[in-house]
Write a protein that binds this ligand. Structure first.
Ligand SMILES: [Zn+2]
Length: 130
């Protein structure tokens, strides 16, 4: 439901993500549900596992990239607010989010979701749906 893939191989990678990193898999499922409910838009996964560079979370099944141009800037802000209200990437480094809207190496702007071994669900009251 609600998940599209830029390339067919990503469908298999997403199934493997459930084994490598069930928490990030669940976060992406939550994004798909949020996108469908709030915007009636299927998410599109554009990248999951990338072995290099080794310093990237993508080399460790801790990153998933999703297409962002299908959302307005306002919708992207809502996505960021919602996921910051739901997940804490690392309590020791609270400035880091589970979702980052960025561009890397001229690859185009995208939504980068990531998790850490310390990532935890939080229940902050600061997200309020209008
Ligand atoms: Zn990424």
């Amino acid at each position: 439901m609600g998940i599209g893939y830029k390339e067919g191989v990503l469908r298999d990678e997403f199934m493997r993500l459930d084994l490598h990193n069930p928490l990030l898999w669940a976060i992406i499922q939550e994004f798909a549900a949020f996108s469908e409910t709030m915007f009636d838009v299927d998410i599109i996964i554009t990248s999951i596992f990338r072995p290099v560079p080794e310093s990237s979370v993508h080399a460790h099944w801790r990153g998933v990239d999703c297409r962002s141009w299908i959302y307005s800037e306002e919708q992207i802000e809502l996505i960021r607010l919602y996921f910051d209200s739901r997940w804490q990437y690392d309590p020791i480094r609270p400035e880091i989010s589970t979702v980052i809207y960025h561009e890397v190496d001229n690859g185009g702007l995208h939504l980068h979701f990531q998790s850490h071994s310390r990532t935890m669900a939080v229940d902050r009251a600061d997200f309020q749906q209008n």
